[in-house]
Design a protein around this ligand. Structure first.
Ligand SMILES: O=P(O)(O)OC[C@H]1O[C@H](O[C@H]2O[C@H](CO)[C@@H](O)[C@H](O)[C@H]2O)[C@H](O)[C@@H](O)[C@@H]1O
Length: 431
């Protein structure tokens, strides 16, 4: 449940949204951070009324109640209550630079110009409070009702670094999309929502498209056993262990729970690649490492650029190191031994194994040598028909191109459709 100390808008004195039968204050009139001194009881009453209206078919889309029960909102309000003038000013400046999407919701709706809106929600720290025990990060019933209400109007997805099952276990709403393991594991609604968006087709592809960047970056992390879902008995190359509650989930490289809690560096960290490891698999007798030893990674500038938005990072030349090593036997099989050999001297203890390894030239089979997929992991990312050895980027582009085409086609068809005002309203749920 939302904490009694949570301050939401004043119960009185704020006019209701004109087009909205819900008793919640209008979004733009609902200041963030909320005004101090609001009575907790009055606030709870407003929230309850709002929920009743929303759940009973009201017209606020659940956004207000979601905001009111947001743990971040609660924390901000609590922090504000005890803050000095300087802190308050600093916070206000920060908020001005990072406005809440919920606070701008009407503008978002207006800017959508009748296009469909899809809600992507984070779980930890957004729908649930940050708590010490990750297994106890429960969401409140109030929040659940709010999300359910939102999902009646918009296709709604929860995107999390946690396992999909774990997130579902917390949220327990079958009508949502769930993208677990940073988007590597996506599932659509098990039951159709009795919503207006039912007729509108939102495919897995669209979700997959938006998560392709994180998928890529997660894919090339060093500890591939996490990616294949096999438990790793050993720490990763970085001395990091997978927390017990996350075993079997993929984790983005560099993701660290403490940073997540502090709310800093998360995205940046996700985009900063760690050195990738080279392993030799005895069973197949060939190298299956992803990428290259020392210098593999996204150049910082590229990582910075990618941090701004989803699309960009997919086009980074990830994993471009010094050229991947190919064991001599594989090189012979591929005819690479005819190319000028390059002996790697950086890891002398491995020389025995890697001696004679050839740096692959730009041959047809290794267009992206730095990011060749381990055999066991290819099913996670490669598009149907992709050939082993093509490299992750090539595979991703194959996935991306049709998705982009599909998305363009959908956009064109939406633009062509002449919507009446009523139809527009239905689409955005503002009847
Ligand atoms: O959904 P994300 O924003 O990608 O976060 C995923 C991580 O969430 C969990 O950790 C965070 O919440 C915990 C419970 O409140 C908290 O104890 C931890 O400090 C936070 O980092 C989850 O435990 C992680 O494994 C996920 O990666």
């Amino acid at each position: 449940m939302a904490k009694p100390s949570v301050a939401v808008a004043e119960a009185s004195g704020v006019p209701a949204q004109a087009s909205c039968s819900c008793p919640c204050p209008g979004t733009t009139l609902f200041p963030y951070p909320p005004p101090r001194g609001a009575s907790g009881i009055a606030a709870a009453a407003v929230r309850r009324k709002c929920l009743q209206a929303e759940v009973g078919g009201g017209a606020c889309w659940g956004v207000e109640s979601m905001r009111a029960s947001s743990p971040t909102h609660a924390r901000a309000a609590a922090a504000l209550a005890g803050a000095g003038a300087d802190e308050e000013e600093e916070r206000a400046a920060w908020m001005a630079r990072h406005p809440s999407a919920l606070g701008k919701f009407e503008r978002i709706v207006a800017a959508s110009e009748g296009r469909r809106i899809v809600m992507f929600l984070d779980y930890d720290g957004t729908l649930s409070p940050i708590v010490d025990d990750p297994d106890a990060a429960f969401m409140s019933e109030t929040m659940r009702m709010a999300v359910r209400s939102v999902a009646k109007h918009f296709p709604t997805a929860i995107v999390s670094g946690r396992c999909r099952d774990k997130v579902f276990g917390f949220v327990k709403l079958a009508e949502l999309y769930y993208a677990g393991s940073h988007g590597m594991d996506i599932k659509g609604p098990a039951k159709a929502s009795s919503s207006r968006h039912e007729k509108a087709k939102v495919t897995h592809h669209r979700l997959a498209y938006s998560s392709i960047v994180v998928t890529l970056l997660t894919f090339i992390q060093p500890n591939r056993t996490k990616l294949t879902g096999k438990r790793s008995p050993v720490p990763t190359g970085n001395g990091e262990r997978v927390p017990a509650h996350d075993r079997g989930c993929a984790r983005a490289p560099g993701r660290d729970d403490a940073q997540h809690t502090r709310g800093q560096g998360g995205e940046q960290q996700v985009l900063r690649l760690r050195p990738l490891q080279m392993r030799r698999r005895k069973d197949v007798g060939r190298a299956v490492g992803v990428g290259e030893g020392r210098s593999a990674g996204v150049p910082q500038a590229a990582a910075d650029a990618g941090a701004d938005g989803a699309g960009g990072a997919a086009h980074h030349q990830v994993g471009q190191g010094q050229g991947a090593r190919v064991p001599a036997r594989v090189a012979r099989l591929r005819g690479l031994h005819q190319r000028p050999a390059r002996v790697h001297r950086r890891r002398p203890h491995r020389r025995g194994r890697l001696q004679g390894a050839a740096a692959p030239g730009p041959g047809p089979r290794r267009r992206h040598p730095g990011v060749q997929a381990p055999q066991g992991d290819q099913r996670l990312l490669l598009a149907p028909g992709a050939r082993r050895g093509d490299g992750v980027l090539a595979a991703a582009r194959r996935v991306e191109a049709p998705l982009q085409a599909e998305s363009d086609a959908m956009r064109r068809s939406t633009q062509r459709t002449k919507l009446t005002d009523a139809a527009k309203c239905q689409l955005v749920g503002c009847v």
